[in-house]
Design a protein around this ligand. Sequence first.
Ligand code: AHN
Ligand code: ZN
Length: 325
Amino acid sequence: MRKILIFLLPVFQLVTCTQPSKSVKTEEKLVNVPSFNSDSAYSFTQKQVEFGPRVPNTKAHDKCAVYLSSELKRFGAEVIEQKANLTAFDGTVLKSVNIIGSFNPKAEARVLLFSHWDSRPWADNDPKPENRKKPVMAANDGASGVGVLLEMARLLGKNSSEIGVDIIFFDSEDYGKPESAGGEQSEDSWCLGTQYWAKNPHIPDYTARFGILLDMVGAPEATFCREQASEYYAGNIVSKVWSQAKSLGFGQYFRDEKGGTITDDHIYVNKIIGIPSIDIIHYDPNSRSGFGTYWHTTHDTMENVDKNTLNAVGTTLMHVVYNEK
Ligand code: AHN
Ligand code: ZN
């Protein structure tokens, strides 16, 4: 009996070894993508808003920085707080902090995901003149992108992705020169935290396969068009993200249409540090500003944040990241 068993074993092994060719192929396609929880992303967004406007050099700003870096640590990221004194267009020195969370830090192949976390000090686009000196609550314009990225961080800590992921919350994006200040437009007065990091990355020679910026990703029925600088620097990444969104059924948010050219954090990541990067930004060609009507007004509050939009963006990006080898 024993002899027969020994004799049969190699035959059995042969059978099992030849079988997998089919199932291996299907296994290669199936990637386990953890499911994005939009209630969680919403509450991460709300939590930031509860600090009040996160304007540089205020207590709310400093408290929120502590919150963001401790959340990233809680999710298992390696965290670096990059502090810098950055001079604004009007000479104000902004005590800034870029908050960087790395997952799978040893992996050479990396993806960079980023959003700004500061709030604009003035609601200078508000329809009511008396509101234009008030700070922006920045539920959409700041907190929503960070909220989506915190939820992704929570999931990345529980289920490691094949590729390394760096999440950066950039500071002092929204202190750009207001039109009311008069004189020339100053594009480089925006995105100060990003400009600083791109010139002084947290790791010398840092690079990533590509970068994705999330900006104003929470409004109800937000539309994201193919932003033109993204198209120029990283058209293949725009296509990768937009087609992933479409195949998940989010085509009503991710429109296959040409958007504007927007001065935003991704510009400096492309131009200064050379990482091909795109901007997912709410673009509304029918509004005067080109952005959502809440943009830089006192109406940029949680009432203008919708879980369905957060879900469309977060689920799409989870699929993009976990499918990257
Ligand atoms: C300008 O208004 C020049 N750029 C838009 C960048 C921005 C501000 N994104 C959110 N707030
Ligand atoms: Zn803004």
